[in-house]
Design a protein around this ligand. Structure first.
Ligand code: NAD
Ligand code: UGA
Length: 471
């Protein structure tokens, strides 16, 4: 029992102003005008962007949500210590990337940032605080967080809750407004109730699920593993469609009408991207290996193996189709983000397809409506980094000379030998494809990695169209 936290008004802080921390806290602040919400981050540039009209995260509807609450009860700053001191509910929403070095490298989650937050909270806290894991974490991380917090010399006391986030980028605002569920795991029913009371302001109580800490932590990894598994499953079938004459979109529609399977997340693609699917599955694989469950580990790892196969299969098919060479050929790259309606490129399939095409000597004309040229060049530089962290002179030259970033899809396709669609932006469906065709070399190849273009119309115009999962 911590009577102080029960009676004092709620004051929230969130450490980490990223794709999750920013939008999630903006929604809480919008829905709860009486609750002060302080979002803090060590990254000054990011905080400056949150305080400007150019938010660091592009999400439909986010600008309006932030505009409503910012300056009223929503603040963005770098004052981590001050925010911890003045809050009684502290969310940890920092990044948990895959470890790149040491034990578990390439699989385990790097918990450095989470641990630093826990230490900072222990150092700055007085009285009682509820610490909420919002970041996606390996099961049993809360145990480590609790131990670190218990070292607080001030005598402060803590409850630790797990409250994983299920929003998807591109639909973050609607996901936060009407989530399928909110999950809260913890030991103290009083702390759970206090956090639930925040969400209850706009989410029906029956959608707020409560579990023990470990179930909550594991449910988040499991949800992402199941979602990614569906994409890898339909992508595996797409390979079979291409050699048999079946059409993967027709197969998806046919199986998706089975209410036990359901229609969502069955869109075959060039491969899933995003900062989380691969990272979270690898984390799950690492946990299984750690607990000696090697068959379970291998089972889940295959989801990532299949995704890598799909990306490679796609770029190989492009080269083979274009008479076994793309050297010195101009290719229009339509889309670079990992999905539509986001400016996020982390683990985007586009990075890997562009890498393969550059290695083959292609000249790329890249267009994405939301991703900056700086980001595109940075991502390509990173993908060519050797294990030493160095980028060879040859690769530097390739990026400098063979990559042009342009401002629209028509410019990208002008004088190109092929178009490759790597993100399913809606605007690609509305283009004047006759105009595009007229500007291109013949044969005018189109490799639709998202099956968004109307293949029938394109065929009639004269394009040679290669979609995913169609022969
Ligand atoms: P992000 O990289 O966009 O943001 C994390 C932020 O934390 C960065 O701005 C970084 O500067 C800040 N940070 C790191 N250490 C800090 C410290 N010690 N003090 C203050 N700030 C610190 O990451 P993200 O995409 O928002 O993801 C955050 C977590 O949420 C991850 O665990 C991720 O798996 C999970 N998640 C992400 C999504 C998504 O759609 N991106 C969805 C659900 C869950
Ligand atoms: C995913 C989950 O959907 C969220 O619930 C979760 O909170 C989040 O990960 C996370 O933990 O970070 P996100 O990665 O933002 O969200 O986007 P998704 O819509 O899941 O798409 C992921 C990737 O799969 C994208 O590259 C997308 O194009 C691809 N995808 C998705 C397909 O190829 N086919 C599909 O049918 C669905």
């Amino acid at each position: 029992m911590h009577s102080s936290s029960r009676t004092s008004p709620i004051r929230i802080c969130c450490i980490g102003a990223g794709y999750v921390g920013g939008p999630t806290m903006a929604m809480i602040a919008k829905q709860c005008p009486d609750i002060p919400v302080a979002v803090v981050d060590l990254n000054q540039a990011r905080i400056d962007q949150w305080n400007s009209d150019e938010l660091p995260v592009y999400e439909p509807g986010l600008q309006e949500v932030v505009a409503e609450a910012r300056g009223r009860n929503l603040t963005f700053s770098t004052d981590v210590e001050g925010a911890i001191r003045s809050s009684n509910i502290i969310f940890i929403s920092v990044n948990t990337p895959t470890k790149m070095h040491g034990i578990g490298a390439g699989r385990a989650a790097n918990l450095e940032f989470v641990e630093k937050c826990a230490r900072k909270i222990a150092e700055c806290s007085q009285g009682h605080k509820i610490v909420v894991e919002k970041s996606t974490l390996p099961v049993r991380t809360a145990e480590a967080v609790k131990r670190i917090l218990s070292s607080a010399s001030s005598g402060a006391t803590f409850d630790v809750l797990s409250n994983p986030e299920f929003l998807a980028e591109g639909t973050a605002v609607s996901d936060l407004l009407a989530p399928d569920r909110v999950l809260i795991g913890g030991e103290s029913s009083q702390a759970i109730e206090q956090l639930a009371s925040v969400y209850e302001r706009w989410i029906p109580r029956e959608k707020i699920l409560t579990t023990n800490l470990w179930s909550s932590e594991l449910s988040k990894l499991t949800a992402n593993a199941f979602l990614a598994q569906r994409v890898s499953s339909i992508n595996a079938i797409s390979a079979l469609c291409e050699v048999t004459g079946a059409n993967v979109d027709e197969v998806a529609r046919a199986i998706g009408t089975d209410s036990r399977i359901g229609p969502k997340f069955l869109k075959a693609s060039v491969g899933f991207g995003g900062s989380c699917f691969q990272k979270d599955i690898l984390n799950l694989v690492y946990l299984c290996e750690h607990f000696g469950l090697s068959e379970v580990a291998k089972y889940w790892e295959q989801v990532v193996v299949m995704n890598d196969y799909q990306k490679k299969r796609f770029s190989t098919r492009m080269v083979r189709t274009m008479f076994h060479t793309v050297s010195d050929k101009q290719i229009a790259v339509w889309g670079f983000a990992f999905k539509k309606d986001t400016n996020d490129t982390r683990e985007s399939a586009a990075i890997y397809v562009c890498r393969d095409l550059l290695e083959e000597g292609a000249r790329l004309m890249v267009y994405d409506p939301r991703v900056s040229e700086k980001q595109i060049r940075q991502d390509l530089m990173n993908v060519f980094k050797a294990s030493s962290g160095e980028v060879s002179e040859r690769h530097r030259q390739l990026i400098e000379k063979n990559v042009t970033v342009v401002k629209d899809a028509y410019t990208a396709s002008n004088l190109s030998h092929a178009i490759v669609v790597l993100t399913e932006w809606d605007e690609f469906k509305k283009l004047d494809m006759q105009r595009v065709y007229d500007q291109m070399h013949r044969p005018a190849f189109v490799f639709d990695g998202r099956n968004v273009l109307d293949a029938h119309t394109m065929d009639k115009i004269g394009f040679e169209v290669h979609g995913i999962g169609r022969s």
